[in-house]
Design a protein around this ligand. Structure first.
Ligand code: GRF
Length: 196
């Protein structure tokens, strides 16, 4: 199964996936990275291991649709089977969604449907909930609304700072995402072309 990774920032989840592939824990090819921000650290991570990268922001294109069509062209050229969003800070629009139905997944740092949006960890922390966690889900037209594939829960201790919670959540992400990708790759290999 051929992956495209989409990321906009630090890329610690991208790194966890790269490391899991290197360690032989997931049997997939990382065919390319799509990034909307040339200054993102994830670009260096990909470069260091020779992953082909497309850096393209909607503002580099004539329209949002043109941006999506450019990305689709790139993904097709790289024979991508599954798109992995890992901190990609753009909404995936109709063209990409229709082109890759049920073939785009995302990781979110809360127990969805609780605390969707950009600040999942902070929102859970500020709400004072006793439990949070990580969700991996299919991507649909909504924000963090697609069908849930896997969740891992985390009990929040009263003395934890926000930083401590962030670290714990990221640790879970880095083990859960490779596991889910491996499960999907297994299904892909067993059933052929459909990931689901
Ligand atoms: C992660 O917390 C992920 O759940 C969210 O964005 C963050 C990306 O972090 N969607 P990184 O760039 O992988 O370090």
């Amino acid at each position: 199964m051929n992956l495209a990774l989409f990321a906009s920032g630090n890329g610690s989840n991208v790194q966890a996936i790269i490391d899991a592939v290197k360690a032989g824990e997931i049997a997939v090819n990382i065919n390319c990275l799509v990034c909307d921000n040339p200054k993102a650290y994830v670009v260096k991570r990909a470069k260091d291991v020779g992953i082909d990268t497309l850096i393209l922001s909607p503002k580099d294109c004539q329209s949002r649709q043109a941006w999506e069509l450019e990305i689709i062209k790139y993904l097709e050229a790289h024979q991508v089977d599954l798109i992995i969003l890992a901190g990609f800070m753009r909404i995936i629009g109709a063209d990409i969604l229709n082109h890759y139905p049920k073939k785009i997944i995302n990781i979110h740092p809360s127990l969805l449907p609780a605390f969707p949006g950009r600040k999942g960890i902070q929102d859970a922390y500020n709400a004072g909930v006793k439990e949070s966690g990580v969700t991996v889900h299919y991507v649909d037209a909504g924000i963090d609304t697609g069908e849930i594939i896997a969740q891992e829960r985390l009990q929040i201790q009263p003395e934890w700072t926000l930083e401590k919670l962030e670290n714990k959540i990221h640790q879970i992400e880095h083990s859960l995402y490779p596991k889910v990708i491996q499960q999907l790759a297994k299904e892909f290999n067993e059933k052929g072309i459909n990931v689901k």
